[in-house]
Ligand binder design. Structure first.
Ligand SMILES: [Zn+2]
Length: 479
């Protein structure tokens, strides 16, 4: 990923080399933008949006009737959704756009007004048997209810994730999560069981206990966040437990962006000598993305989800090769519906098939970042994950912390504190960030072990800017 000028080409930057080719010298010569030559991109309107925004697989003949059945049912009994539907009957997938999209904050406001569960419930409360909540790392907690039928649907979505990663009855899957009320842990546990694998939950254990458990049972598959996969391998090295890694042949990551970024994936694969797979989902939507074993990144599960990729906060479709926000409609989740739901996830629209030619929409970089993580520095859209991607390309790099701040001269700046075994590496990191992102970043080398280790959902970004000139609207920010 890389930064781009905020003016003309939001999200038109190269998350992949393919995009750099498209923009050629325009995007590669970022110094021109820094010097104020921003009109360069305005002169390249070839990336105007294509007309069709929605993506669903087996043709609309199957999907549209299922969606109409969903809309009819929720319009009858779901007070929250009824207000949005207004008698909509779809004739084609494009008609979905007649329904205004919603975001997490809409659900949060509804739950605040109608505690504790809000009105997005299609059935009487006694039909619901699963209660989960979101982690609320940067906002309020959202409560999510599922019926037994919807839980079966979740299981099926996760089954596809584990099937794509090649997990089967001969596998033992170790889930290195805290568990607790978070849906992804339990849904992953269900999905691994659905493909016939045995499972061991590593909740309530520290990293050493987890490594010992993986070794004792010779687990073949590890499920965790990408940052925890890296941390666990480093703990194994520190504690002399490297033999605990040897039975693991694959790592399935979730919970934060990263596992589809080549540098992060290759670091995990090198540390574990195992294959790394990504997948994607949200508590309030479902597990919509499963890994592509050949091409990396994730595929949309188009049997169960309709997706659109639009300008963040807007509804205009982005063109092939551009980055945008993913809007998702869950076709089969009825009790707590997600219809045109703004995920806040930034993905690259790719109209090509994946390298293996699999059917269905392919997101080459998986989830690349969060729209609410994006910051504007000196006119450039910057994703912390873009900086992380560059940092991960350097070996022997410890923890890091990215700080956005305002200088006395009122210029917004970026500082990266990074633990380096060789402090001289800082200059090379700075140069690569400048080349790749077109962004001047101050590097502060630190002794290894100086920075705190983030929790399982890594928060390595601090925003101390005096004012945020181009934040997205406040109602889109919480997760
Ligand atoms: Zn594929």
């Amino acid at each position: 990923m890389r930064a781009i000028p905020a003016t003309a080409a939001r999200y038109q930057f190269g998350a992949a080399a393919r995009v750099r080719r498209r923009f050629g010298a325009v995007v590669d010569d970022m110094s021109g933008f820094l010097a104020g030559h921003r009109s360069a991109l305005v002169l390249h309107p070839a990336q105007s949006p294509t007309s069709s925004t929605t993506s669903a697989p087996r043709g609309e003949r199957d999907v549209v009737p299922r969606l109409n059945a969903l809309i009819a049912e929720v319009s009858a009994t779901n007070a929250f959704q009824r207000e949005r539907m207004d008698g909509v009957v779809l004739r084609s997938l494009d008609d979905l756009r007649r329904i205004a999209p919603i975001a997490k904050d809409d659900l949060l406001r509804d739950q605040h007004a109608h505690p504790p569960f809000g009105r997005n419930l299609t059935y009487p409360r006694d039909r619901y048997v699963h209660l989960h909540q979101t982690s609320g790392t940067s906002g309020q907690t959202l409560r999510v209810l599922d019926t037994e039928e919807d839980w079966d649907w979740w299981r099926g979505c996760l089954r596809q994730v584990f099937t794509a990663a090649g997990v089967g009855p001969s596998d033992l899957v170790a889930l290195a999560y805290s568990f607790g009320p978070y849906i992804q842990f339990w849904a992953s546990y269900e999905g691994a069981g659905a493909v016939g694998a045995n499972r061991v939950a590593l909740g309530g254990m520290d990293s050493v206990q987890r490594l010992e458990t993986i070794r004792e049972y010779a687990a073949t598959t590890l499920v965790c966040t990408p940052s925890y996969a890296i941390r666990l391998a480093k703990v194994a090295d520190l504690k002399g437990l490297c033999d605990a890694l040897s039975s693991v042949t694959r790592i399935i990551c979730t919970g934060e962006p990263g596992a589809s970024l080549p540098a992060v994936r290759s670091q995990i694969e090198a540390l574990w000598q195992a294959r790394c797979f990504d997948h994607a989902g949200l508590s309030e939507v479902g597990a919509f993305g499963y890994p592509c074993p050949e091409g990396g990144g994730v595929h949309i599960n188009e049997r169960e989800f309709v997706t659109e990729i639009v300008t963040p906060g807007g509804e205009d479709p982005v063109a092939d090769g551009e980055l945008g926000e993913l809007i998702v409609t869950a076709i089969g989740r009825r009790g707590f519906p997600a219809i045109r739901y703004r995920t806040g996830d930034v993905v690259e629209r790719c109209d090509d098939r994946c390298p293996a030619g699999h059917a269905g929409r392919w997101l080459p970089g998986g989830i690349l970042g969060r729209t609410d993580d994006m910051v504007v520095i000196r006119g450039m859209n910057v994703f912390p994950s873009a900086i992380e991607q560059v940092l991960r390309e350097f070996d022997e790099l410890g923890e890091f912390r990215i700080t956005f701040y305002t200088e006395p001269a009122a210029m917004d700046e970026v500082k990266v504190e990074v633990e380096l075994a060789q402090p001289g590496q800082g200059r090379a990191i700075q140069a690569r960030l400048r080349t790749r992102l077109g962004l001047r970043v101050r590097i502060v080398p630190l002794q290894p072990g100086t920075l705190p280790t983030p929790g399982s959902k890594a928060r390595r970004v601090v925003d101390m800017r005096r004012h945020s000139p181009r934040r997205l609207p406040a109602d889109r920010r919480s997760r």
